[in-house]
Design a protein. Structure first.
Ligand SMILES: NC(=O)c1ccc[n+]([C@@H]2O[C@H](COP(=O)([O-])OP(=O)(O)OC[C@H]3O[C@@H](n4cnc5c(N)ncnc54)[C@H](OP(=O)(O)O)[C@@H]3O)[C@@H](O)[C@H]2O)c1
Length: 366
């Protein structure tokens, strides 16, 4: 793919006016692009200007469905047509392409002078992730991984209440869900979520949630131990990643991360000496319960949050609002989900894949 030209001389202003909508371009017209478009439709401070995909007709159909004015079949075309001086400028590009393309798409977009929100997982390898951060710094543009949990009210509640448990010794975080794409795989197809050439598999698709939540709550860990079950195509169907904190504030803590694309999930829990806090889902915790002496209302305390995630537009609502706020304020990254945490999570997933035996073409490049 040829690189779009740099446009650093026509940079977007550092701060955007408070009442100006943030204008998005979207890469990909698949599952996550739909969630994104539905969230934008519910967010008065955002609009989508253009979409690009591999197949022009899919991009055009997506644009028609979501009221988007411009559709392209190449990223270069979209970036070239929507720079700051153009008739319909884009401020931020949402990268919703397959995992293997995140680094390439994010770097090309940053170098062309646009801010970037890139879907989880941030990248396939630590060196790709570091190159993305370097590109954002060099271009002086905003970059963030779309790991929605960071902005969820249920995760805010965890940040607030976990200190009540004192020192934690065992945390079990589970993100397990039967994938409809597993049916496609079992009947002979190879959907992107299972394709090693595209960075697929359970670790990359679902394991990212518990791993990122652990890093978000407890910081960088000291040791990774991973096991998993491989499919014939070479990616994992399910597995376990144990994150060990040997030193510092959380010394002695083990976080057991369970991920699976073959079975429904179990709840997650945080155990201290006397108390346990449990959550229903580590991607977007809603039912949250504290049990033990730390509970204020008898033996258990309900800390649940009201949060519908089924209605169109609700899934990415908090993340989108935060991106709009940050870009409008001229931020270059999120304090709540900083780039160093995305790089760390990619490093853990890469090491876990190495131990389990999942190799991507990108791994050959280091
Ligand atoms: N945040 C979340 O909760 C969440 C949920 C699901 C997925 N995701 C992430 O979103 C990403 C996409 O997953 P998905 O489920 O949306 O996959 P998907 O349904 O397969 O959609 C991927 C899209 O990317 C397009 N694409 C492929 N190569 C491209 C290229 N070179 N340039 C432009 N577009 C290209 C495809 O185009 P065509 O349709 O034209 O072939 C397709 O529309 C993954 O990284 C995944 O981890 C995040």
């Amino acid at each position: 793919m040829s690189e779009p030209s740099r446009t650093t001389d026509t940079a977007p202003p550092t701060r955007l006016p408070d009442d100006a909508p943030i204008r998005f371009g979207v890469i990909g017209a698949g599952f996550i692009a739909r969630w994104f478009a539905e969230a934008v439709a519910c967010e008065p401070g955002a609009q989508i200007v253009a979409v690009t995909s591999v197949h022009r007709e899919r991009a055009a159909a997506f644009a028609a469905e979501h009221g988007i004015a411009h559709a392209y079949a190449s990223l270069e075309e979209m970036l070239a047509a929507h720079g700051p001086g153009s008739q319909a400028p884009i401020d931020v590009v949402h990268v919703g392409s397959p995992n293997s393309l995140h680094a390439q798409h994010a770097i090309a977009t940053l170098e062309a002078g646009f801010h970037v929100l890139v879907e989880k997982p941030f990248a396939l390898t630590r060196s790709q992730a570091e190159a993305m951060v370097e590109a954002a710094r060099a271009a002086d543009r905003f970059l963030m991984e779309g790991w929605l949990s960071a902005f969820e009210p249920g995760v805010a509640r965890l940040r607030e209440h976990l200190p009540r448990l004192g020192r934690l010794h065992r945390v079990v975080l589970s993100k397990e869900q039967f994938s409809s794409r597993m049916e496609v795989y079992r009947s002979g197809g190879l959907p992107p979520a299972f394709d090693p050439a595209l960075g697929g598999g359970s670790l990359m698709d679902l394991g990212i949630y518990p791993v990122s939540l652990a890093i978000h709550l407890f910081g960088e860990l000291d040791r990774v131990t991973a096991t998993g079950t491989l499919l014939e195509c070479g990616v994992d169907a399910r597995g376990t990643v144990v994150l060990s904190y040997d030193f510092g504030e959380h010394a002695g803590l083990e976080v057991v991360c369970l991920h699976s694309k073959t079975s429904p999930g179990t709840q997650s829990s945080f155990a201290g000496d006397h108390d346990v806090l449990s959550i229903d889902d580590c991607q977007w915790p809603r039912r949250i319960e504290l049990r033990g002496p730390a509970a204020e209302t008898g033996a258990s305390e309900d800390l649940s949050v009201e949060r519908g995630v089924q209605a169109p537009g609700h899934q990415l609502a908090y993340e989108l609002a935060e991106v709009c706020r940050l870009v409008r304020a001229g931020a270059r990254e999120s304090d709540l989900h900083p780039l160093s945490r995305s790089v760390a999570a990619v490093g853990v997933l890469q090491e876990a894949r190495r131990q389990v035996g999942v190799r991507f073409p990108a791994d050959e490049q280091g």
